[in-house]
Design a protein around this ligand. Structure first.
Ligand code: SAH
Length: 216
């Protein structure tokens, strides 16, 4: 049942313009139902965002697909994700690159996404509880970066953690109703080119962390 819905979803994504076969295959290999609460399992392969608790959402499959495609991922690349959430986007990226580093500010969300990724035997995702606005300097430089929470701009500390030909995809905007996905490309001159892709709606990127420091 879910398998048939998954095939239909992948066809829909292709029709919408996600034409990169490697991206479509990566989406096909990740069981989205494993990342959402049981009560939403029947909607796992509908092209919609769904709640994952703590006021956060798992992104819409087409948004995951378009962002992943826009990243132009190569198999040897290191990718930084800001906003692990339920871990779904990280799982899709993991199928396309060498290693994903993902930072989440909600300790509880990270605990469950770590458990899911382990159960699915996705071994090339490393996560960290922290404020992703600071990036992950110890693991830099990154070939690619994806922000899955909206910011006013990409913080300079994140730009500084990118390779010379790095690409960043990020939802940029100050309110939920005025956000666009923006693709930033590091130019040989050292400057960053930016291209506005489409309007999107992401939760805001917030400072600091949420959760206790015990039981680490
Ligand atoms: N990529 C996720 C979707 C994440 S929703 C997925 O595939 O499910 C956005 C996430 O960003 C939320 O979990 C939110 O807690 C997190 N977030 C917001 N601001 C952050 C910050 N400064 N650092 C790290 N994570 C942040």
């Amino acid at each position: 049942m879910l398998e048939a819905r998954k095939i239909r979803l992948v066809m829909e994504l292709r029709q919408q313009g996600i034409t990169d076969q490697a991206v479509l295959s990566a989406i096909e290999r990740v069981p989205r139902e494993a990342f959402i609460p049981e009560s939403f399992h029947d909607q796992a392969y509908e092209n919609t965002a769904l709640p994952i608790g703590h006021g956060q959402t798992i992104s819409q499959p087409s948004v995951v697909g378009f962002m992943t495609q826009a990243l132009e991922i190569g198999s040897r690349m290191k990718i930084l994700e800001v906003g692990t959430g339920c871990g779904y986007q990280a799982a899709v990226l993991a199928g396309l690159c060498r290693r994903v580093y993902s930072v989440e500010r909600f300790r509880e969300l990270l605990r469950s996404s770590d458990a899911r990724l382990r159960d699915l035997r996705i071994n090339n995702v490393t996560t960290k509880w922290g404020d992703g606005g600071a990036g992950w300097p110890e693991q830099a430089p990154f070939d690619r970066m994806i922000l899955t929470a909206a910011a006013k701009e990409v913080p300079k500390v994140l730009l500084d953690q990118m390779t010379d030909d790095g690409i960043i995809i990020a939802p940029i905007g100050t309110t939920t109703h005025d956000q666009s996905l923006v693709k930033f490309r590091h130019l040989p001159s050292g400057e960053w080119d930016s291209e506005e892709l489409w309007p999107v709606r992401f939760v805001p990127m917030l400072d600091g962390t949420i959760g206790d420091t015990s039981n680490q």
